[in-house]
Every structure is written in structure tokens, then in C-alpha cells.
Design a protein around this ligand. Structure first.
Ligand SMILES: NC(=O)c1ccc[n+]([C@@H]2O[C@H](COP(=O)([O-])OP(=O)(O)OC[C@H]3O[C@@H](n4cnc5c(N)ncnc54)[C@H](OP(=O)(O)O)[C@@H]3O)[C@@H](O)[C@H]2O)c1
Length: 396
């Protein structure tokens, strides 16, 4: 019997709320708080049965967060607002003595750059307070770290090569939309690419390296090498890795729209003056694009995300692939949400459940690969993201 505070009533927050409400024996009291109260209320009334309380909070404002936490007294906060709010929410958790979990690492608003260093720097403070902060507990990051830990625990003596492969073979029927917050998504994709090889990071032009990858039940899809945040923690936690890369699929239509938007300056985060007012082009673009939470209704197709790993077991080379496929329409039936929100929200709920049931323990700031992967993967099978394994496949 525990109290959970969910912050952020967007696409992911909605799934977290639905999933927590479906396990009342663990999440006995749920408070959903966000900047726009009506979004919390809509989600709560969609779930029904007075299962969810709602509140308005500005997560950039530490005293406001502390007041809310002191009033509700949650056992854990699930932060599914934006990466910009990670540090203020962590500060508030320290002040109100509450455990913390998020799905994306901190990013300053004025520089399109994400790194764990800002949040890892809180390790001593959380340890001294006897609290846990679980970072990056969505699908990628999140499940991908757990998959890697599972591979190491059960299938390898040494991991050598890791390719995280992320395919969305779904169709939402819009000309152009992003599956999670457009501002965060476009900042991520328009960055320079980066991967780990032979003990150093190698940088590429944005979306410079691409090739078809054959995804289970989907087939070959053009996949683009991106820098993704879990590479930083996985490389640190599995130092035997000789190479670690992240690949994501984009349709030609998506790439064409993105290029046009970039070429006309709409993806810039530098403020411009418009009608005497300062606006950030990317924030304006977000305002005119569909909200990720609105995409679910007519979404068809599926996602396929996994880890392809090569390494050594008992002196012999071994190849291993662990993955999940998730159907958008099924997600909508269950939670009125599309698959990207679902594949992020289910692991966030599951990570909180691991902590609340004592299956994941620890103090300080930790990433998902730092914990025992077995109970988490068992729970994913039960709560909507079953995983599969293949051996000796040649995928990249
Ligand atoms: N690890 C993964 O696999 C993964 C995958 C996808 C997304 N994510 C992460 O999940 C998070 C949520 O994504 P999403 O798609 O749900 O985004 P979203 O639909 O844009 O939702 C974000 C929500 O946060 C709220 N919010 C923003 N600033 C706030 C503030 N200062 N105070 C209170 N609430 C605030 C927004 O409120 P308003 O509606 O009022 O603006 C919105 O409801 C992001 O951090 C994203 O990077 C992780």
C-alpha cells in the first residue's frame, strides 16, 4: 500500500496513471499533478472510479513542489514532465524526503544537450538522505538498460558489441507529428550523432549514418544512428563493451519534413523577435504540431525495440537479441494512448513498483542496469510489454 505522485499529464503521464490505477494493491493512492489541471482531470475522469486525485503544479518551482509533496506525502514521485524539470523535482524530493524516478535525463532549456552528469552529481545527496533516484526508466532509456543487464547476467561472461535498435512501424495518419514531446524529440534528432568505439566517442553529422535493419514481424526499415542517453550509462556500467550504438527508424516523409523545418529555421532554439515579442521557433512549432497524447485513436502498426548483443560465453563468441514488439491499437484499447507513450509509461510504473515492493533496493542515484533485471522483466511480461529472445542472429 503506497502513495505515488505522478508529475506531468502528457502522453506518458496518461499511461502511467492508467497503469498505476490498475494495480491498487501496490499504488493505493495516486495523485496526478501537472501544469494544466484540466489535463489531469481529463485523465482522471477517463480512468473513473475516483481512483486518481489531481493537482496543479509548476514543476519549475521548487517551493511549490515541496508544498505539494509535504501535503500528499508520497512514497515515490514518477516524473514524466519534461527533462527540463528533472533537477527542480530532484531538489524538491530531497527537501520533502521523497524517492524519485524519471524517464529522460536532464537537459538545459537553452542548450540542446543531454547528459547524466547533472543528475549523477546528486548521488551523495540522495545517499545521505537515504533516498533512491531511479533515472531513465522508460523503454529507451530504461528497458534497454535492463535488457543489457539481463544479457550479462544470463547469457554472457563479457559484452563486446551492443546495438540498440528502435523501430516505430506505426502510422498515425498525420502528415507530420512526433510521438513524444515535439520539442524534446526534435532537439534529440537534430543533434550530431555519436557512438562508442574502442574507448572513445565518435561523432557524426546528424543522421549521417543509416542502413536498413531487419526488425521482427516488421521487416527491413531504414535506421539512423543517433546519440541516445542510455549509451552514456551503459558504457560506464559495462566497461567490456568495445562498441555501443543506437539506431532509430524514420520514414522518408518524416526526414523530408524535418529537413524543410530545419532549413527554414523552425527547429532553432535561439529566440527571435516576432511582433515585438521574443519567441523560440521550436517552441512555436510545438504549439502547432499535434500533441503526442492525441495520436492514439487511429494509430495502426507496431513498435519493435530491442538490444542486439555480441560477446563471449565460456570462451566462445555468442550473439543474442532481446526485444519487445508493441501494437499501437492494442495500447489504445487499454489506455487510450499510442504505443510510444505506452512503451514509456509501463516501464515507469514497473520501476516504481520494483522499488515499492523491495525488489529494487539501493540508495543514491542509479540507472536501470544497476538493478536485478529478473523481477522487472517478469513484471513487464505481466503488465503489457512481453519480451522475446533470439540467438545466433546476424542483425547488423
Ligand atoms: N525513456 C523513454 O523511452 C521515453 C520515451 C518517450 C518520452 N520520454 C520522456 O517522457 C517525458 C514525457 O513525454 P510526453 O510525450 O508525455 O510529453 P508531453 O505529452 O509533452 O507531456 C509533458 C507533460 O509535462 C507537463 N509539463 C511541462 N512542463 C511542466 C512544468 N513546468 N510543470 C508541470 N508540468 C509540466 C506538460 O504540461 P502542459 O500540457 O500543461 O504543457 C505535459 O502535460 C519526457 O521527458 C520525454 O522525454 C521518455
Amino acid at each position: 500500500m503506497s502513495k505515488v505522485l505522478i508529475i506531468g499529464a502528457g502522453g506518458v503521464g496518461k499511461v502511467v496513471a492508467y497503469k498505476c490505477a490498475s494495480v491498487p494493491e501496490i499504488f493505493s493512492e495516486i495523485l496526478l499533478a501537472s501544469r494544466t489541471l484540466s489535463k489531469c482531470q481529463n485523465i482522471a475522469s477517463g480512468i473513473g472510479g475516483n481512483k486518481i486525485k489531481t493537482a496543479k503544479v509548476d514543476a519549475d518551482n521548487v517551493p511549490e513542489l515541496v508544498a505539494l509533496m509535504n501535503k500528499f506525502k508520497p512514497d515515490i514521485v514518477i516524473n514524466v514532465a519534461l527533462p527540463y524539470q528533472d533537477l527542480t523535482i530532484m531538489d524538491a524530493c530531497l527537501q520533502a524526503h521523497v524517492n524519485y524516478l524519471d524517464t529522460a535525463n536532464y537537459e538545459p532549456k537553452d542548450v540542446a544537450k543531454f547528459e547524466y552528469k547533472w543528475q549523477w552529481a546528486y548521488n551523495d545527496k540522495f545517499k545521505e538522505a537515504g533516498l533512491i533516484a531511479i533515472l531513465g526508466c522508460g523503454f529507451d532509456p530504461g528497458v534497454t538498460g535492463v535488457y543489457t543487464a539481463y544479457a550479462k547476467k544470463h547469457h554472457f561472461d563479457e559484452l563486446h558489441y551492443l546495438d540498440i535498435v528502435d523501430c516505430n512501424a506505426g502510422d498515425h495518419g498525420k502528415s507530420f507529428a512526433t510521438n513524444f514531446n515535439p520539442e524534446i524529440n526534435i532537439r534529440e534528432i537534430t543533434q550530431r550523432g555519436k557512438y562508442w568505439e574502442n574507448n572513445k566517442w565518435i561523432e557524426t553529422e546528424p543522421l549521417e549514418i543509416h542502413r536498413p535493419i531487419d526488425y521482427p514481424e516488421v521487416g527491413p526499415k531504414e535506421s539512423y544512428l543517433l546519440y541516445h542517453e542510455e549509451l552514456e550509462s551503459i558504457v560506464r556500467n559495462f566497461p567490456s563493451l568495445k562498441r555501443a550504438r543506437f539506431w532509430m527508424t524514420f520514414s522518408q516523409n518524416y526526414i523530408t519534413h524535418l529537413h524543410v523545418l530545419e532549413n527554414v529555421g523552425m527547429t532553432s532554439i535561439k529566440p527571435v523577435i516576432y511582433n515585438g515579442m521574443e519567441i523560440v521557433p521550436l517552441q512555436f512549432l510545438k504549439a502547432v504540431l499535434p500533441e503526442p497524447s492525441s495520436l492514439g485513436k487511429n494509430y495502426t502498426g507496431q513498435t519493435s525495440i530491442g538490444c542486439i548483443i555480441k560477446g563471449i560465453k565460456d570462451g566462445k563468441e555468442k550473439k543474442y537479441f532481446i526485444y519487445n514488439n508493441c501494437n499501437h491499437a492494442e495500447c489504445y484499447k487499454e489506455t487510450k494512448s499510442q504505443g510510444i507513450s505506452y512503451t514509456t509509461g509501463v516501464p515507469a510504473m514497473t520501476g516504481a513498483m520494483m522499488y515499492l515492493t523491495g525488489k529494487w533496493q539501493g540508495k543514491g542515484v542509479l540507472n536501470t542496469e544497476n538493478f536485478d533485471p529478473d523481477p522487472f522483466l517478469e513484471a513487464l511480461n505481466k503488465y503489457g510489454l512481453p519480451w522475446h529472445e533470439k540467438f545466433d542472429v546476424e542483425l547488423t
